[in-house]
Ligand binder design. Structure first.
Ligand SMILES: [Zn+2]
Length: 410
């Protein structure tokens, strides 16, 4: 018998996302399952009878009637901002379009003005309750983008805030530089200069200080066109950053094809992905990250073709796109419900999309989003009888307990 820090036992179902020999994810389920954790790592999992034969612990959690699963990985969030935009939400619902609001100085550009005025400490204080809420809803790792600074100083400030949040909060933040989120007001008449600023100053500084693991860009004809996207991402790749693209959100602009060509780790949104791009990202191994919350929250009709993507053998991930303008929620379970209803994903597929496939979208699939020996003990106990129940009982919080690095968090 080996002594360990923590055993969770008697789970009605223990959900283990695994890969088959073809690299396709599937959900392996242990009825009456248990997990043993030690020093922040998973050291055993399987049937309760087998685990309690091998391990003993002072701290034991009885998960009778509940589901035990890996903590969710949210591979696309914008959590560093200052001030919210509920007034725009009201205006949009009264008939104003997102484009009209943006033209009037609202949208991303209003978040930019607010972020620039805020101190690092104010940004940290503003983000912390949101990070708490991610964890309360079952998420233990988020990818976190800058992108509301849009100046050298303010992008660096945003990434430093992400680094500090990662240090002081239990949730893990994986940093992404998104200086190419929008053209800031002062560069509207000289966009080439802004692109030079990104390439010549921001990217080298971010890479040198290791402030980000990924570089992302909003590729859309009215923001950064295909040529500009290729130029910026080329510079990022040369500086050692991995790539992500906001692609084909509002039009089929070729962003996903470019993601494939440049071997981006993920291509995100994809509501207007072309059939050709589906084949191309299959070849490149780029993970499609779908954001149904943004479609829903903007009152749009066209969701990404998840069925086509999954049926052609791609590992589809889901994310919240948490941000103050186009998707104000930290809830992955809500994304799972939207995925089932509007994208016709199965309950098993939305679980895989929020765990193992989401970890792939941030190059962390060996450590998180799975339950295996020596992976991180990031686990959630759910007040649900089986995995199909979670997307079904929507709009409420069904988390029982969150375990982060082997520690029970409230
Ligand atoms: Zn986004």
């Amino acid at each position: 018998m080996t002594e360990v820090d923590l055993i969770i036992k008697n789970g009605n179902q223990l959900l283990c996302p695994v890969e088959d020999i073809n690299g396709n994810a599937k959900l392996e389920i242990f009825e009456n399952g248990a997990v043993a954790c030690n020093q922040g790592k998973i050291v055993g999992y399987g049937k309760t009878s087998e685990i309690v034969d091998q391990f003993f612990a002072k701290k034991i959690i009885d998960a009778t009637g509940k589901v035990v699963a890996p903590g969710f990985v949210d591979p696309h969030t914008h959590p560093v901002f200052f001030g919210t935009r509920e007034n725009e939400f009201e205006q949009r619902n009264a008939g104003k379009s997102y484009a009209d609001i943006a033209k009037g100085g609202g949208g991303i550009r209003s978040s930019v003005r607010n972020l620039r005025k805020a101190s690092k400490q104010q940004l940290i204080d503003f983000a912390l309750p949101h990070l708490d809420r991610f964890m309360q809803y079952g998420t233990t790792t988020i990818e976190a983008k800058s992108g509301y600074g849009l100046s050298l100083e303010d992008e660096i400030k945003s990434l430093e805030v992400i680094r500090e949040l990662n240090r002081i909060h239990a949730i893990d933040l994986i940093p992404t530089f998104l200086g190419a989120h929008e053209i800031p007001d002062e560069y509207r008449a000289k966009r080439k200069d802004y692109i030079q600023l990104i390439i010549k100053e921001m990217i080298p500084r971010v890479a040198e200080r290791k402030l980000a693991e990924f570089c992302d860009i909003f590729c859309e004809d009215h923001v950064f066109n295909l040529d500009e996207t290729e130029t910026i991402l080329g510079a990022a790749q040369e500086a050692g950053l991995k790539l992500k693209i906001h692609a084909d959100q509002l039009t089929s602009s070729g962003g996903t094809e470019l993601a494939a060509k440049m071997n981006a780790v993920s291509a995100d949104h994809l509501d207007y992905i072309s059939p050709k791009a589906i084949e191309q990202i299959k070849m490149s191994g780029t993970i499609p990250v779908l954001l149904p919350g943004a479609v829903f929250f903007l009152g749009l009709q066209r969701y990404a073709p998840a069925r086509k993507l999954i049926d052609s053998g791609l590992s589809v991930a889901l994310a919240t796109d948490f941000n103050p303008g186009s998707c104000m929620t930290e809830s992955i379970p809500l994304m799972m419900t939207l995925g089932c209803i509007y994208m016709k994903m199965t309950p098993a597929e939305v679980w895989l999309a929020s765990t193992i496939n989401a970890a792939k979208a941030i190059s962390k699939e060996k450590q998180i989003g799975i339950i295996k020996r020596n992976t991180r003990a990031d686990l959630v106990i759910w007040n649900i009888p089986n995995y199909k129940y979670l997307p079904y009982h929507f709009g409420v919080n069904l988390v029982d307990q969150v375990i982060k690095n082997g520690q029970v968090i409230g």
